[in-house]
Design a protein around this ligand. Structure first.
Ligand code: CMX
Length: 133
C-alpha cells in the first residue's frame, strides 16, 4: 500500500456538502463524477497528495444509501493506493481477509477498485485503488 489515495465521506446532499467542504478546505472541488455501477455521484477535493471524496447516493437501493440510512452521514471509507490491485487482493485473501470483490471493478477518478468488509478492519471500510494507465 503506497499512501492514502482518498477519504470517502457519505453525504445526503452533494451540493450542500460541496459548499460546506469548500468553506472548510478553502478551495472548491475540482470535479464531479457519477459512477453508475456504484449508484453514486462524487466530488473530489485535493488535499496534498490525497483527496477527499464526497459521495451521495443516486438510488435508494445503493450500498451508499443503505449505509447512510443505517449509519448516517460521515466517514464512509479510506482508500489506499496500490500498484497492483490484483496482487493486493490475492495477498489480503491469503492473509484470511474477506474481500467484497474478488476482481477489481471500475470506480470513480479513473481507478480500479475493490473493497474489504468493514468488519475485517475494526469497523473501517477499506478500498484498494489502482490508477488505470
Ligand atoms: N463503514 C463501516 N461500517 C459499515 C459501513 C461503512 N461504510 N457500511 C456498513 N457498515 C457496517 C454496518 O453498520 C453493519 O454493522 P453491524 O453489523 O455492527 O450493524 C455491517 O457493516 C453490515 O454488514 P453487512 O450486513 O455485511 O452488509 P450491508 O448490507 O450493511 O453492507 C457493505 C455493508 C460494506 C458490505 C456494503 O456497503 C458494500 O458492499 N460496500 C462496498 C461498496 C460501496 O460502499 N460503494 C459505495 C462507494 C463507491 C465509491 O467509492 O465509488
Amino acid at each position: 500500500m503506497k499512501k492514502i489515495e482518498h477519504i470517502g465521506i457519505a453525504v445526503s446532499d452533494l451540493e450542500a456538502a460541496n459548499k460546506t467542504y469548500a468553506a472548510v478546505m478553502g478551495k472548491s472541488h475540482y470535479k464531479t463524477e457519477e459512477v453508475q455501477s456504484e449508484q453514486v455521484i462524487t466530488s473530489f477535493f485535493e488535499i496534498g497528495e490525497s483527496k477527499v471524496e464526497l459521495l451521495a447516493a443516486t438510488s435508494n437501493d445503493s450500498a451508499l444509501a443503505k449505509s447512510i440510512l443505517k449509519r448516517g452521514e460521515g466517514l464512509h471509507h479510506i482508500a489506499f493506493a496500490v500498484d497492483n490491485i490484483e496482487a493486493e487482493i490475492e495477498r489480503l485473501q491469503s492473509e484470511g481477509f474477506r474481500l467484497l470483490n474478488d476482481q477489481p471493478k471500475k470506480g470513480a477518478d479513473n481507478k480500479l477498485i475493490a473493497f474489504m468488509h468493514p468488519k475485517e478492519a475494526n469497523g473501517v471500510l477499506i478500498e484498494l485503488c489502482q490508477e488505470i494507465q
